[in-house]
Design a protein around this ligand. Structure first.
Ligand code: UDP
Ligand code: MG
Length: 316
């Protein structure tokens, strides 16, 4: 009987033709170190146009442990990760980036940690943000601080998507069928015992990051909308505060008119107040709109991704 434990390594790839060979070689070497472990590679091609798909096919032809899943277009990293998790059949499932920013050598120590049986997941977080632009770093910190306050879900600062999970945790993640996926939140939401290991930030080995500042900004807004309803409450709270202020102002003006006989002067300040309140109203409508848009996309029930081609059938 085969008693080897199986590890599936899920790798979302978008235009990673340059980085992928390096990554594959590194993980292959790690896999050789432990003969008692069976590795499988789930390479998800997220609509790349730089020959990544062709390279995946070549790898799959050479190495039977390689499974490639090609999506019909670029659906984004979240969708690519979900597709990979669905194809993974291992007892343990790892999620890793293709650019070597997630050190492959950590995989084995993660596995050893899981073997003790105390944890269901070992996840990596960056100990520092060296090499990251200052503005990006500042906003990222701010995002995690706000998230920590307004969401019940544990979202750790500096957490990567890089982690090794048990089959039980992977299955729980797959049970969440939402369309708007914010995986960092989903990992925390499903619970289970997670052990964090910290490592030094690394530069990507080749190619360039797919995340512009605005993409990250949008991503963080999605995170907030998906894992907190506090902004909605803030909107109604602001509404209440403005009602109170206007009520008190009316009383103040009426009393001043009756006692001192002052006519109300100053249309300039009036216009400023009107603009201010108009701005707040539009801002609140924006918040409602964001939640409504998410609900709209959810109710359409569209698939999160579409598979164009693969050398295997999905395990679910
Ligand atoms: N990625 C993806 N689809 C996308 C964007 C990124 O599959 O639309 C993959 C990318 O190929 C990489 C991982 O997600 O393996 C992380 O991307 P990147 O290195 O650009 O992000 P960063 O490390 O800069 O946060
Ligand atoms: Mg990267």
């Amino acid at each position: 009987m085969d008693t080897c434990e199986r590890i599936s390594v899920v790798v979302p790839c978008y235009n990673e033709r340059q980085a992928l060979p390096c990554f594959y070689e590194a993980v292959r070497r790690i896999a050789q170190e432990r003969k008692c472990l069976k590795f499988e590679f789930i390479l998800v091609n997220d609509g790349s146009d730089d020959g990544t798909e062709q390279y995946m096919k070549e790898l799959a032809a050479e190495d039977e442990r390689v499974c490639y899943v090609s999506l019909s277009r670029n659906f984004g990293k979240e969708a690519a990760m979900l597709a990979g998790l669905k194809y993974a059949s291992g007892d343990y499932v790892a999620v890793m980036d293709a650019d070597m920013q997630d050190p492959p050598e950590l995989l084995l120590s993660m596995y050893d940690e899981l073997c003790h049986g105390e944890h269901d997941c070992v996840a990596a977080c960056r100990g520092d943000r060296n090499g990251e632009p200052m503005l990006r770093s500042l906003f990222a910190r701010m995002f995690y601080r706000i998230m920590g306050r307004i969401s019940d879900t544990d979202i750790v600062d500096g957490a990567r998507d890089f982690r090794l999970m048990t089959r039980k945790m992977t299955d729980s993640i797959l049970e969440l069928g939402e369309y708007n996926r914010f995986t960092k939140g989903i990992f925390g939401w499903v619970g289970f015992e997670t052990k964090w290991i910290s490592y030094e930030n690394r530069e990507r080995v080749a190619g360039e990051t797919k995340w512009s500042f605005f993409k990250l900004f949008k991503y963080s807004l999605d995170g907030i909308v998906n894992f907190s309803t506090v902004p909605l409450r803030v909107a109604s709270f602001m509404g209440m505060v403005f009602c109170m202020v206007s009520f008190l102002s009316v009383i103040f003006i009426v009393i001043r008119r009756l006692i001192f006989g002052d006519p109300v002067a100053g249309w300039a300040s009036l216009i400023c107040v009107m603009f201010f309140i108009g701005g707040i109203q539009l801002f609140c409508m924006g918040i409602f709109g964001k939640y409504l848009a998410c609900t709209y996309l959810e109710t359409k029930g569209r698939p999160v991704y579409i598979v164009k081609e693969s050398n295997r059938t999905s395990s679910r």
